[in-house]
Design a protein around this ligand. Structure first.
Ligand code: MOS
Length: 727
């Protein structure tokens, strides 16, 4: 089915099941331990051996020699895989560095060997006996020191490095009120609960991997390329994923090495990346240095908007697209944005929740707060004044919907913004300095082709099959809601099967495109199944599907009767025309935060948080709220504690575990409120939904930073905001 005209009415608009706050249908499986994650799938293949990854002890250079004798002789060892014996491996399209290094080493903890043994303990013990001599080379590890070497990168997924409208330099120079400030954001780790893990098994030349992966079809294709085999011979199965945040968009060392290990051992092999290896072995959100220049008239109209960002990555990598949202968020006739990329020999930078927007808004939304103060304006009034209903770089292109002002105004009212004293550092609650801050949230909506197959059984049960993944986001549930609404059956008559490359190819989970795209694919398949049911039963095409019956005129037939002589199966792919070219589809929000800062110690406590979001039709308000409060929590972490500490001499992230890489715990997070504005966007798909999972993190850290400023009068522009930076 092709979607190229704004949707009018369709069965989803009944909203009998879609749009209701529904518990996760797979929730009980997860809370009772019966949903098995990749490493726990003991039943999928007999005789599983254990692989343990050896990571490089240098960041850049070569393996001078490798001695496997002691390791091979250790108890239980079955095989050892290295670049020397693994055969020819092509680099995948989605990883910048090789997943199995050697003899060249591209980054610290790049995998250099996999030791396979009968037990995990034997594999780990033998791995410590792999003797590697390295020839270390000098690398670049310090972004600040490398920015003079940064160059204009190529476009990333269609995002150009530079844009320019009008005459920014002249307009900024002439602006009566100017802000010119530099901000930094550190490297971040996804730190998802479930580590990367895979069980791999071969049957002849056919490979099956039970793994934890957000994007099944991309990863099957990349594995086929890496191993030089037809993708038809590779099956990925990833039904449950314990968090991804972008860290599992692509294959990592666990899946390739499990496949190679299983081939070498001639039996199934399971590999997990231990937590201390993950941070330097896999990907991370790259650090940025950002310069923002804003020029405004005395009454607050933006006349010049400039945003530059520098980031680093391994050779062949890409920039953190931290200026992307600045192209669309506020009006202003003269604009420039630019991204520059330096070569750094740190581990691979890549997508992490709201890549680009999250660190970009960490800077931009402090800058807007600073400009408001210079203007003597309320920060919300400044943002409202500079709202735009069209793409400021391409004014002929309207936003399909844009309720940013309403998000801010609704939030201001609910949060009690009127009580905020704009004068910083003067509001006290006993020993606490108290402050309020806010920031706009912005993220684009993306739709991707997505296919599904639906089956109707005689029992009236509808089964949905698609390779869509559920990374803890609620995909199972919104897909069940969609099929139930379309086929007129209750939720408990729908079975959802996900994450298997044997199923039709979906949009997958990434870029907050999963919810709208995957349910639109299920919608398309259900339209076909409805047609098949009506044809089979000989009913008029406008038959109504409700209460597990199909009704037309005076006839009412049980839905399952259509499958009386055998299951009915329908499959379709939702594809997209040029609507997304005609309309800028984006999601908006406003974050409000109150903090207390201990006047004696500088300890920062987040006291209240509120998010107001406008993100199309909310398919399941409970799941969407969970996405947003999780994102708000992650944003609070980015504001106050998250930072991969770079060892600038040896080129690795020092705090490579969850003791040293601090993320918020329950005690750090207060009550969080989330409000969704009523919205349904007919340009996105027949679902009229948009993404929300990445919107939720956008702007949060700046709202915290602005609250800390309001509390203390100390403006911290370098994240995370730790007390040493303002005492
Ligand atoms: Mo997201 S960073 O595309 O999983």
């Amino acid at each position: 089915m092709k979607f190229d005209t704004p949707a009018t009415t369709n069965p989803i608009d009944q909203m009998k099941i879609v749009g209701k706050p529904t518990n996760r249908i797979e929730g009980p499986l997860k809370t009772t331990g019966t949903a098995h994650y990749a490493y726990e799938r003991h039943d999928v293949a007999a005789n599983q051996a254990y692989g343990y990854v050896v990571g490089s002890a240098i960041a850049k250079g070569r393996i001078a020699s490798m001695n496997l004798d002691e390791a091979k002789a250790a108890p239980g060892v079955i095989a050892i895989v290295t670049a020397d014996n693994a055969g020819k491996l092509a680099k995948g399209d989605f990883n910048t560095a090789k997943l199995l290094g050697g003899p060249t080493i591209e980054h610290y903890h790049q995998a250099v060997a996999l030791v396979v043994a009968d037990s995990f303990e034997q594999a780990r013990a033998a791995a410590s006996l792999v003797r590697v001599e390295y020839a270390r080379e000098k690398g670049a590890y310090d972004l600040a020191a490398a920015i003079d070497t940064a160059v204009k990168p190529k476009a990333v997924f269609g995002t150009e490095p530079d844009t320019s409208v009008g005459d920014f330099a002249a307009a900024f120079a002439a602006a009566p009120v100017q802000l010119d400030a530099r901000y930094t954001t550190p490297d971040h780790s996804h730190a998802m609960m479930e580590p990367h893990a895979t069980i791999a098994a071969w049957e002849g030349d056919k490979l099956t991997v039970w793994t934890s992966n957000q994007m099944i079809a991309w990863s099957v294709g990349d594995m086929a390329k890496t191993l030089g085999m037809p993708k038809e011979n590779i099956r990925f199965d990833s039904p449950y994923i314990g968090g991804g945040f972008g860290g599992k968009l692509f294959n990592r060392a666990d899946v390739l090495l499990a496949a190679l290990g299983a081939k070498a051992a001639k039996r199934p092999v399971k590999v997990a990346l231990p937590r201390p290896l993950m941070i330097n072995n896999t990907t991370h959100r790259p650090a940025t240095i950002q310069r923002i220049r804003l020029g405004a008239t005395a009454d607050g109209k933006l006349t010049a908007v400039g945003h530059e960002s520098w980031s680093g990555d391994l050779p062949g990598g890409g920039p953190e697209t931290a200026v992307a949202q600045t192209r669309l968020l506020y009006a202003g006739e003269n604009r420039m944005t630019a991204m520059r990329l330096a070569v750094l020999d740190l581990p691979e930078g890549n997508a992490m929740r709201a890549p680009g927007e999250a660190p970009g808004l960490m800077a931009l939304e402090i800058a807007v707060d600073e400009l408001a103060e210079k203007l003597g304006m309320d920060p919300i009034a400044l943002r409202v004044l500079n709202d735009t209903q069209v793409d400021p770089e391409k004014p002929s292109r309207p936003f399909s919907q844009r309720q940013l002002n309403k998000c801010m105004q609704t939030g201001a009212e609910k949060f009690g913004w009127a009580k905020r004293n704009p004068k910083p550092g003067v509001t006290r609650d006993g020993r606490w300095l108290v402050g309020m801050g806010m920031a706009a949230a912005f993220r684009n909506n993306i739709n991707g082709p997505s296919a599904a197959r639906v089956r109707l059984a005689k029992s009236g049960v509808v089964t949905v099959e698609t390779d869509m993944t559920d990374i803890g986001t609620g995909s199972y549930t919104i897909i069940a809601q969609t099929a139930a609404e379309m086929m007129g059956v209750p939720l408990d008559k729908v079975v959802v099967k996900l994450g298997d490359s044997a199923f039709p190819v979906s949009a997958g989970s990434g870029g907050q495109w999963g919810a709208n795209s995957s349910t639109a694919g299920v919608y398309a398949a259900c339209v076909k199944l409805r047609e098949a049911v009506v044809a089979k039963l000989g009913l008029a095409s406008d038959a109504v599907f409700a209460d597990s019956k199909v009704k037309a005129g005076r006839r009412s037939v049980a839905l399952g009767d259509a499958a009386a002589d055998g299951e009915l199966v329908a499959e379709d792919n939702m594809e997209y025309g040029d609507l997304a070219e005609k309309f800028q589809q984006s999601t908006f929000g406003a974050h409000f935060v109150e903090v207390g800062v201990d006047a004696m110690t500088g300890e920062i406590r987040v006291r209240r948080m509120l998010a107001v979001c406008a993100a199309g039709r909310i398919l399941n308000p409970k799941a969407a709220r969970s996405q947003v409060i999780g994102a708000m929590t992650m944003g609070a972490g980015a504001a106050l504690m998250e930072e991969l500490a770079v060892d600038k001499r040896f080129g690795f992230f020092v705090n490579h575990d969850l003791a040293g890489y601090e993320v918020p715990v329950h005690a750090d997070i207060p009550h969080q409120d989330v409000i969704f504005l009523d919205e349904a966007d007919p340009t996105t798909s027949p679902m009229k939904a948009k993404g929300v999972g990445e919107l939720g993190i956008c702007g949060v850290a700046a709202a915290v930073a602005n609250a800390v400023y309001n509390a203390t009068g100390a403006r911290v522009r370098n994240y995370p905001i730790t007390l040493d930076k303002f005492i």
